[in-house]
Design a binder for this molecule. Structure first.
Ligand code: ZN
Length: 209
């Protein structure tokens, strides 16, 4: 029987970092990506579009709609999200402080909501502070010194003599293929991982799944 499946992938740091990065996505980011591409029919995409379609006046002031659709998550390990399209960068982050200069204690308070009331002097906190990203010490999650084995159902292991190609494949008839992972492939991998255990097969070998 011709199985026509991906057995496993040998991957470097970039692909493994991309897979692990999903766990830092807020749900809205995942649903936003899938609904932007129109490739997922779950009702969460309908809920997402409902929020998009509601006018600003339906929401409380202070960008509640944006906070829902583009939630901000601190991510010191990736200044820019890997393999995501434009529009999914975290928004510029602003904090607010009391602009009153009469009390130095006021300067010790910070809010992420413009107009929050200073608990020292009671005035609205309207002075702005800019969020500074942490320095980029080491990008991503896993070591770039290793190669990784990623199976079809996404078992990720560091490659070793026991899970190297020869050990995994045994007598299987296989074809080796090199694939480049760009955004179109990345979004297919994400979609496949949400709905199947043949992730690499569905993402790379099936036209539609
Ligand atoms: Zn104050």
């Amino acid at each position: 029987m011709k199985a026509n499946r991906v057995v496993y992938a040998e991957a470097g740091k970039d692909f493994v970092d991309f897979l692990f990065y999903w766990f830092s996505f807020p749900l809205a980011t995942v649903v936003g990506l899938l609904s932007k591409e129109n490739i997922w029919s779950g009702s969460l995409t309908i809920l997402y579009k409902s929020i998009e379609n509601l006018t600003e006046s339906s929401f409380q002031p202070n960008r509640i709609k944006d906070i829902l659709l583009k939630p901000w998550v601190p991510q010191p390990y990736f200044p820019a999200a890997p393999l995501l399209p434009d529009g999914f960068e975290p928004p510029e982050r602003t904090f607010y402080t009391c602009a009153s200069s009469c009390l130095s204690l006021c300067r010790q308070e910070v809010a992420d909501y413009r107009g929050a009331l200073c608990s020292i002097c009671g005035r609205a906190m309207m002075g702005t502070l800019k969020y500074v990203e942490p320095p980029e010490v080491a990008r991503g999650f896993v070591s770039e010194l290793d190669t990784y084995t990623v199976t079809d159902k996404l078992v990720v292991e560091r490659q070793s003599s026991t899970n190297s190609g020869a050990a995994v494949l045994g007598e299987l008839q296989v074809e080796e293929r090199v694939v480049q992972l760009g955004y179109p492939e990345a979004i297919k991998v994400l979609k496949a991982a949400l709905g199947s255990r043949m992730v690499l097969t569905n993402a790379f070998l099936r036209e539609s799944f």
